[in-house]
Design a protein around this ligand. Structure first.
Ligand SMILES: NC(=O)C1=CN([C@@H]2O[C@H](COP(=O)(O)OP(=O)(O)OC[C@H]3O[C@@H](n4cnc5c(N)ncnc54)[C@H](O)[C@@H]3O)[C@@H](O)[C@H]2O)C=CC1
Ligand SMILES: O=C(O)[C@H]1O[C@H](OP(=O)(O)OP(=O)(O)OC[C@H]2O[C@@H](n3ccc(=O)[nH]c3=O)[C@H](O)[C@@H]2O)[C@H](O)[C@@H](O)[C@@H]1O
Length: 429
């Protein structure tokens, strides 16, 4: 199938490379010329396992990128993978989605035969049919249901495992109002749907839009609950990880997403939970539980710094921050909890030295007054204390003997030989 993908970021690039790998003809429409050039050179513009080899294999044959929207005319289906960021008040900002839809509609005006537009970006219920659809109709002169089909196919990939999450998902959600649209997506996803363990969910467009937010809100709520339980466990001197490991044996709860600590960050949980809260309020409902989910999450970085402050006078102290990315396996620092920790430490007068295996260059311009080390051991040298903000595997079994004071407060539960330390404290255990 001939597929175009508007927006070549974490999702668009991953989807493009994987669909090309499945045998489709794929073109990425992307405004950032550097990304376009990188893909056409057969290289990956982002750090994701399994992505670079797929781009190298397919670029120039059945995968290419361009800044020219006219390329959509040579395709049958277009996926919109554009950013849907947070507005200042936390609500969903659709400005980019509107702009991309206008450009897409204008390009489709000159296309004679039918075309399917699939929203893959995370958008609130009603957006696809009440915002994207009308813009496409106005700009293309076509009508939904007559030459122009609409669908919504949310994405559930995670940073760091994006390629495998896309190729081996537990579900493919197709929201469509026409059988033609659903049929096209079933055909496009056939190789993925044929694997054991992947369910096809076919529903209307509004339900597909809400499934995505509900999925993220549920996961964020689960992490905030385990963090609340971890905070309580700490007060009782109990080990939350032992408690939650037992609780996770209940198959209604499961052992996954039970790691209490600094909480959730990333490019989506924060923005999607806030967008859902703002959207709910706009619809006249007060999301009290989701408000509490956010409040618990937002309190964790300060709890970590407060815990360190009970052992180290932070004024003038040299403090190591281990980990900057929002989670291991990615260089993405969007809404990383480590950034809050840095700010709280600096507010308390500490000098921060930070290390991360892949994310330092993304943080350096944002915090020029932080020192950046080339290794964890270098970052720990002469430090008066250290915090763990991201549980990179290389932080397990670290040597802490270069520290001036061997005090470590762990926000993520790495493997540590506590005998090596004067103080080792877990944020939630
Ligand atoms: N990052 C993730 O792990 C996931 C993100 N999502 C959702 O997917 C959507 C995209 O997210 P990401 O890929 O992370 O965003 P991103 O910011 O990584 O990539 C978006 C890309 O779109 C490009 N772009 C912006 N305006 C454009 C325009 N008018 N025309 C063409 N290209 C344009 C940007 O240059 C950028 O390369 C969002 O709605 C997000 O919530 C869903 C699942 C996972
Ligand atoms: O919409 C999105 O962008 C994506 O958001 C999340 O994926 P991602 O943000 O990449 O990362 P997760 O692995 O879900 O972790 C999210 C945050 O929760 C934290 N977390 C996760 C699990 C856990 O047990 N404890 C915990 O604190 C992580 O450190 C991270 O900050 C969802 O898992 C994806 O399904 C979704 O597609």
């Amino acid at each position: 199938m001939h597929v175009s993908i508007v927006g070549s970021g974490y999702v668009g690039t991953t989807v493009a490379a994987c669909l090309a790998d499945l045998g489709h003809e794929v073109v990425n429409i992307e405004i950032d010329q550097e990304i376009v050039d990188t893909i056409n050179a057969g290289e990956a513009p982002i750090h994701e396992s399994g992505l670079a080899e797929r781009i190298a294999e397919h670029a120039g044959t059945n995968l290419r990128a361009t800044t020219d929207y006219a390329a959509v005319r040579d395709t049958d289906v277009t996926f919109l993978c554009l950013p849907t960021p947070q507005a200042d008040d936390g609500s969903l900002d659709l400005a980019i989605m509107r702009a991309g839809s206008e450009s897409l509609g204008r390009a489709l005006a000159a296309k004679a035969d039918d075309h399917l537009v699939v929203v893959k970006s995370t958008v609130l219920p009603g957006t696809t049919e009440d915002v994207v659809g009308p813009i496409l109709e106005d700009e293309s002169g076509k009508h939904v249901g007559d030459g122009l089909e609409l669908a919504m196919n949310p994405e559930f990939l995670r940073m760091g495992t994006a390629v495998m999450d896309f190729l081996e998902p537990d579900k493919v959600v197709v929201g469509a109002t026409s059988e033609d649209a659903a049929t096209t997506l079933r055909e496009l996803y056939a190789p993925i749907l044929s694997r054991e363990g992947t369910d096809l969910v076919e529903t209307d467009i509004r339900e597909a839009e809400l499934i995505k937010y509900a999925n993220n809100a549920f996961l964020a709520s689960k992490v905030s609950l385990v963090n609340e339980l971890g905070n309580i466990a700490t007060e009782y001197g109990a080990d939350a990880y032992e408690v939650l490991a037992a609780v996770g044996l209940d198959d209604r709860i499961s052992e996954r997403f039970m790691r209490s600590g600094l909480g959730w960050g990333g490019s989506c949980f924060p923005k999607d939970v806030d967008a859902l809260r703002a959207g709910a309020r706009e619809q006249g409902y007060d999301p009290a539980l989701l408000d509490a989910v956010v409040a618990v999450n937002d309190a964790q970085p300060r709890r970590l710094v407060d815990s360190l402050a009970t052992h180290v006078d932070l004024e003038g102290a040299r403090i190591t921050v281990l980990g900057l990315s929002f989670k291991p396996g990615t260089d993405d620092i969007r809404k990383s909890r480590a950034l809050d920790v840095i700010e709280y430490l600096q507010d308390r007068g500490a000098t921060v030295v930070a290390y991360d295996p892949v994310a330092v260059e993304n943080v350096r311009p944002m915090y020029p007054d932080v020192e950046y080390a080339d290794s964890a051991v270098d970052a720990l040298a002469d430090a008066d204390g250290a915090v763990v903000a991201t549980d990179w595997p290389e932080f397990d079994d670290l040597a802490f003997d270069g520290m001036a004071q061997r005090v470590v407060v762990d926000g993520r539960r790495i493997d540590v030989d506590e005998a090596d330390l004067d103080v080792y404290e877990g944020l939630t255990w």
